[in-house]
Design a protein around this ligand. Structure first.
Ligand code: F6P
Length: 361
């Protein structure tokens, strides 16, 4: 096959494993005789034509590291991009600038690592004739079209480790600890880390909770001489008949809602109802930081190599995915806007219930 120039970018929130994908994609493409560059700050770099050469030297020693050597942005949708015109900020489709930049650079293929928003733009670039390959990314593990995204296992490990730490201090003080974890409207991180970290209560968006049930659980534990309770709650969880707690609106982001504050809200409500002292703790971006777990390193390099193989096969307009634990691919036309949530009747929820974990329903 002729030598190709492959460009890669990382969009959306970062996730452990991005660097491992970049590593594997670069190394495999070089082995195949292709050249690789990386656009910086996601689509913003594509718009500004800011790129770096990715070779063996540039990717040396990055496989295990979290974050992304290319940096990321979750604000820059080039199909609806904020630009200044006559001293005013207006939103415009500037995708043609990005396409021109790729032509000038001689880029043959664009590899996009991202979640739903970033992949929507990838699909739209494919519709405009760009040779695009998508690679799914999110710690939330909520993309329907792949069995597991990289970053999720690392996040679950981080939360599980922190639940262990919170356990010892919570037990020492006979407190109730409400721990808020990421996941937006999907409870995967809370569910898996809650089971692994021996939580007593898991509250997830898919199962609206009643505070009465949580109070009952705390009292029942008190009666058994267990004078402490660990509650894990997904940031997007809702009380029955209630709404999710929004922490912040990021005005210039395509998806402006940032959840946050549910743990503090629950702690306030519980404090009025139970005798123990109640504290809350939001793990926040700690869940996305640090080194990538061993599982995610392996998963990520599989994604990276599979993307290079798709390039070699000329199968553009697709996203690499995991199907029956094998690397596969699916059209970018079929991956957008489909969120995979926890099945309230599913096996993992049943397992947790059998362990005595309360879901508040
Ligand atoms: O979608 C990934 C995610 O980490 C969510 O779990 C979280 O709600 C959100 O991104 C946080 O985004 P930001 O980095 O903008 O705070």
């Amino acid at each position: 096959m002729a030598k190709l120039k492959v460009a890669v970018l990382t969009g959306g929130g970062d996730a452990p494993g991005l660097n491992a994908v970049i590593y594997a994609l670069t190394r495999t493409c070089i082995k195949m005789g292709h050249e690789v560059i990386g656009y910086k700050f996601g689509y913003k770099g594509l718009y500004r034509n800011e790129s770096v050469v990715l070779d063996k030297e540039a990717t040396s020693g990055i496989l295990h590291k979290g974050g992304t050597i290319l940096y990321a942005s979750n604000k820059d949708n080039l199909f609806d991009y904020a630009v200044e015109e006559n001293g005013q900020q207006v939103k415009k489709d500037v995708s043609h600038v990005a396409i021109e930049n790729m032509k000038k650079e001689g880029v043959d293929v664009l590899v996009v690592l991202g979640g739903d928003g970033t992949l929507t733009s990838a699909r739209d670039f494919a519709r405009r004739g760009v040779n695009v390959i998508g690679i799914p990314k999110t710690i939330d593990n909520d993309l329907m079209s792949t069995e597991q995204t990289f970053g999720f296992d690392s996040a679950v490990n981080i939360v599980t480790e922190n639940l262990g730490r919170l356990h010892t201090t919570t037990e020492s003080h006979h407190r109730v600890m409400v721990v808020e974890v990421m996941g937006r409207s999907a409870g995967w991180i809370a569910l898996q880390s809650g089971i692994a970290g021996s939580a007593d209560v898991i509250l997830i968006p898919e199962i609206p909770y009643s505070i009465d049930k949580v109070v009952e659980k705390i009292k029942e534990r008190d009666q058994r001489g267990k004078f402490f309770t660990i509650i894990v709650v997904t940031e997007g969880a809702k009380e029955k008949g209630g709404e999710a707690v929004v922490g912040k609106y990021v005005k210039d982001s395509p998806d402006p809602i940032r959840y946050g504050g549910i743990a503090a809200k629950i702690a306030d409500e519980l404090e009025k109802r139970v005798t123990s002292e109640v504290r809350s703790c939001a793990l926040g971006h700690i869940q996305r930081g640090g080194d990538t777990s061993a599982f995610d390193r392996v998963l990520s390099v599989r994604y990276g190599v599979a993307a290079a193989e798709l390039i070699e096969a000329g199968k553009f307009g697709n996203m690499v995915c995991l199907k029956d634990n094998k690397m596969s691919y699916i059209s970018l036309e079929n991956v957008i806007g489909t969120t995979r949530q926890v099945d309230p009747q599913g096996e993992l929820v049943k397992v947790a219930r059998n362990l005595g974990i309360e879901f508040g329903d």
